[in-house]
Design a protein around this ligand. Structure first.
Ligand SMILES: [Zn+2]
Ligand SMILES: [Zn+2]
Length: 390
């Protein structure tokens, strides 16, 4: 079928919105009509060749939308279902079987190789391959064919704006999952969050949910720091005023923070995120550096029980965690949508300029989809399902 997508032809160049050909879903795949896709820094890393993804390609890995068709072998996902998309996993390697698909042995092959595991591709233009499967989705597009396991059916209707739910599949689950699934901050503990983007702000919100009583946010943009405070940070430190380690120690009674989270990908920030810990404290590393980036750490400081743990996508099981995040959002405890600015897909380059300049935190590229109310009754859902199989 013909679709519209934002294509990256050459590294560092603006996205080109154009028509492409999308293959029909295979037996274990679903076709999703995209309602909205968040823009994440990892998309820009891939566009700018800091990640080894072949070009030309369609990026976008925070998609949400409505299932239009499903392959013959798909169970549990039906046409008409609202879904949040997620990274692809094999489902059968040891990390997958242990519920930690973020470390799937086939993670790179399934999310960054630009093709299906069997080497075939879903996207083309004039017979030439356009690489797809970015984080299992390539969602800077009007439609995407994704593995059924990457389409998480969510309780979005009635009431939730489906087009902004996509970031739950990357930025929000990374920040919230780091705190709730990995660091597992206990009530009354302290945490220092380095970074004021979606990951950092989601971590602040999750720290409140966990019951942290000292939540220190560290960044460089005064407006973003103020917003992180509005979301629940108890203190804000601006790196423009100097490094944050000493200030974090004094804000934690001289001991240092129980937990810290690095959400910038910068080695000099990771150093501070480790140095600010109390002995026995744990630093989560969620920011994405260029592969090969090295960092200097104080070995004696680490000896005192301090730990550094890398975290991809907040760990956990997205099929369970994303619906949990939606329940928290419904209760008003995870208002991540306050960080979102909507742009039509056609304005993707403007959205990225605004994000890079710090004018917006999380652009979401939106597309017109039929009003969910029209699909909100059993009859309508059956009608949609019937059409899908016809
Ligand atoms: Zn991302
Ligand atoms: Zn696996």
């Amino acid at each position: 079928m013909r679709i519209t997508a934002a294509v990256t032809e050459t590294a560092h160049e603006p996205f080109a919105v154009r028509e492409l050909e999308l293959a029909e879903p295979g037996p274990d795949e679903v076709l999703v009509r995209i309602a909205g896709t968040g823009v994440c820094h990892t998309d820009l890393s891939a566009r700018d060749a800091r990640l080894p993804v072949p070009l030309p390609a369609v990026f976008g890995h925070e998609g949400a939308g409505v299932v239009e068709r499903v392959g013959d072998g798909v169970l549990g996902v039906s046409p008409g279902d609202p879904v949040v998309l997620n990274y692809a996993t094999c489902g059968s390697c040891r990390p997958c079987l242990r519920g930690n698909g973020a470390y799937c042995h086939e993670f790179f092959a399934r999310n960054m190789s630009g093709r299906r595991p069997d080497g075939s591709s879903r996207l083309s233009a004039g017979g030439s391959v356009i690489h797809d499967s970015f984080f299992g989705q390539s969602a800077f597009a009007s439609h995407a064919v994704v593995p059924a396991r990457s389409a998480i059916v969510v309780d979005a209707w009635p009431g939730l704006p489906l087009e902004v739910l996509g970031p739950l599949g990357c930025g929000v689950q990374t920040g919230a999952g780091s705190v709730l699934n990995v660091l597992r901050c206990e009530a009354g503990s302290s945490i220092a969050v380095f970074g004021t983007g979606m990951v950092g702000c989601a971590a602040v919100l999750a720290a409140r949910i966990a019951g942290c009583t000292t939540i220190i946010v560290v960044g460089r943009n005064p407006a973003r720091l103020a917003r992180a405070e509005a979301l629940g940070a108890t203190h804000a430190l601006n790196l423009a005023d100097g490094e944050a380690t000493a200030a974090i120690r004094s804000l934690t009674g001289g001991a240092g923070a129980d937990y810290s989270l690095e959400a910038t990908g910068a080695p000099e920030v990771l150093r501070q995120a480790v140095d600010c810990l109390t002995p026995g404290g744990t630093c989560g590393l969620a920011g994405v550096p260029t592969p090969g980036t090295e960092v200097k750490l104080d070995m004696f400081g680490l000896l005192l029980g301090r730990r550094v743990v890398g975290i991809v996508e907040g760990e956990g099981v997205p099929q369970s965690f994303v619906p949990a995040l939606i329940r928290l959002y419904r209760q008003g405890r995870l208002p991540f949508d306050q960080l979102i600015t909507r742009y039509p897909l056609e304005r993707i380059n403007e959205a990225i300029d605004d994000m890079k300049a710090g004018r917006v935190t999380k652009p979401v590229l939106t597309l017109d989809v039929p009003a969910p109310a029209a699909r909100n009754t059993a009859t309508d859902r059956e009608a949609v399902a019937g059409a899908g199989h016809g």
